[in-house]
Design a protein around this ligand. Structure first.
Ligand SMILES: [Ca+2]
Ligand SMILES: [Ca+2]
Length: 227
């Protein structure tokens, strides 16, 4: 199955390389000279044997890499494009670095744009991912018999928020998720499952964004609460 997937990918990439060179699948008119010069680069890069030596998972570029630079070497390559293709066809988890045109989804257009950069038809780099910022002003208040958790939406990012995840710790024990997927417009959570007696509660919250991005956790202060 693995080698079949690899062959399919090679076939698809071959078609896309043709599209990128001819400009017929995307946008169009480019100097013949540029396309000819690029063709040499593609032929060389095309010798990568995907079927026999797929790149090792998890295919995530290092922090700070440019969009589309999936292997983090600072340059666009067919290998980068293959990694985006693998996400596109569901072989790997999708990741924001593969969204080179920044439209919030990984599509064939991203692969074509990347391949066009490989042959010099697109300017490189395409830019950098938006930061997956944390929430602001996380607060907890006693509203007996519940605890109310409130926060502010993350600032300074254009990334689309998918959901918020809230977890709770009681008396310094382990963290348990009390709300896994609160909607993107939600800015509070009422904890109705407080325990009887007096306990110390702490909450942490993270933002889940599109394309498998998540913020770091934001931690509340500790609240001693009696029910
Ligand atoms: Ca690269
Ligand atoms: Ca895209």
């Amino acid at each position: 199955m693995r080698s079949l997937s690899g062959l399919v990918l090679i076939a698809i990439v071959s078609v896309l390389v043709s599209c990128a060179l001819l400009g017929g699948c995307h946008s169009g008119e480019h100097a013949v000279g540029a396309a000819s010069a690029g063709a040499t680069g593609i032929a060389t890069a095309g010798s990568v044997d995907v079927a026999d030596a797929p790149p090792p998972p998890p295919y995530f570029p290092p922090v700070g890499a440019a969009l589309g630079d999936m292997d983090g070497d600072g340059h666009p390559s067919v290998d980068d494009a293959i990694r985006v293709m693998r996400m596109l066809v569901g072989l790997d988890q999708q990741y924001i670095y593969a969204d080179v045109d920044g439209d919030g989804a990984i599509t064939v257009a991203d692969v074509i744009k990347l391949l066009r950069a490989v042959v010099g038809l697109e300017q490189w780099p395409f830019g950098y991912p938006e930061p997956a910022n944390q929430v602001s002003n996380l607060q907890v208040q006693a509203q007996s018999p519940n605890i109310l958790v409130t926060w502010g939406a993350p600032a300074d990012t254009e990334l689309t928020v998918v959901s918020y995840e809230v977890a709770r710790q009681v008396d310094g024990g382990g963290w348990s998720i009390v709300a896994a997927e609160l909607g993107p417009t939600t800015l509070q959570y009422r904890d109705t499952s407080t325990q009887s007696g007096t306990h110390d509660y702490q909450y942490r919250l993270r933002v889940k964004y599109i394309l498998s991005q998540a913020s770091l956790y934001t931690y509340s202060g500790s609240l001693r609460f009696t029910r």
